[in-house]
Design a protein around this ligand. Structure first.
Ligand SMILES: CC(C)(COP(=O)(O)OP(=O)(O)OC[C@H]1O[C@@H](n2cnc3c(N)ncnc32)[C@H](O)[C@@H]1OP(=O)(O)O)[C@@H](O)C(=O)NCCC(=O)NCCS
Length: 137
C-alpha cells in the first residue's frame, strides 16, 4: 500500500458561517432515513409563503452515499421566521411572486397550515400551568 501524502493542518480547516435568524416556530420535523458518517449532506430551503411579518420556510435535507452516488431524503421540516429590522422591530416581509402551479399550491397549503398552527399554539398552552415557576411569557 502506498504511503498517503502528508496534509497540512491548514488543508483541514473548515469554516461554517451562519446568519442568526429569529425563528418563531418549527413543526413537521421528520427524520425519514439515517445519515451515515462520511455521507454528503445537502440542505435546501425555500420560502413557501410570506404572511405579514412572518414567512413559512420548507427545508429538505438529502444525503448522498459517496461510494454509490445514491441519494435519499433524510429530513424535512417547516419553520416560521419573523422579519426584524436592525433595531429589532418586526417588519413586513416582501410578498412572494409565485411562478408555477406547484408554488401556488404550496402557498395555499402554507396559509392553511398557518391558521392551524396559530390556533394550535393558543389551544395547547394549558400544560404550561404545570410549571408555575416558569409561567411568564
Ligand atoms: C418570534 C417572536 C419574534 C414573535 O414575536 P411576538 O411579538 O410574540 O409576535 P407576534 O404575536 O406579534 O407575531 C409576529 C408574527 O409571528 C407569527 N408568530 C408568532 N408566534 C408564532 C408561532 N409560534 N408560530 C408561527 N408563527 C408565529 C405571528 O403570526 C406574526 O406573523 P404575521 O405578522 O405574519 O401575522 C418572539 O416570540 C421571539 O423573539 N421569540 C424568540 C425567537 C428566538 O429566540 N428564536 C431562536 C430559536 S433557535
Amino acid at each position: 500500500m502506498t504511503e498517503p501524502a502528508p496534509k497540512s493542518p491548514r488543508e483541514s480547516e473548515v469554516v461554517m458561517t451562519q446568519m442568526i435568524l429569529v425563528t418563531a416556530s418549527m413543526d413537521d420535523l421528520h427524520f425519514h432515513a439515517p445519515i451515515l458518517i462520511g455521507w454528503i449532506v445537502t440542505l435546501r430551503a425555500r420560502v413557501l409563503a410570506a404572511f405579514n411579518t412572518s414567512m413559512e420556510v420548507g427545508v429538505i435535507v438529502t444525503s448522498e452515499n459517496p461510494f454509490t452516488g445514491e441519494t435519499s431524503i433524510t429530513t424535512s421540516a417547516l419553520l416560521t421566521f419573523v422579519a426584524k429590522s436592525l433595531d429589532g422591530r418586526k417588519i413586513r416581509v416582501p410578498p412572494l411572486r409565485l411562478e408555477s402551479e406547484a408554488e401556488r399550491l404550496a402557498f395555499q397549503e402554507a396559509h392553511a397550515r398557518r391558521d392551524e398552527r396559530l390556533a394550535r399554539k393558543s389551544q395547547t398552552e394549558g400544560w404550561r400551568r404545570l410549571f408555575p415557576e416558569s409561567a411568564r411569557g
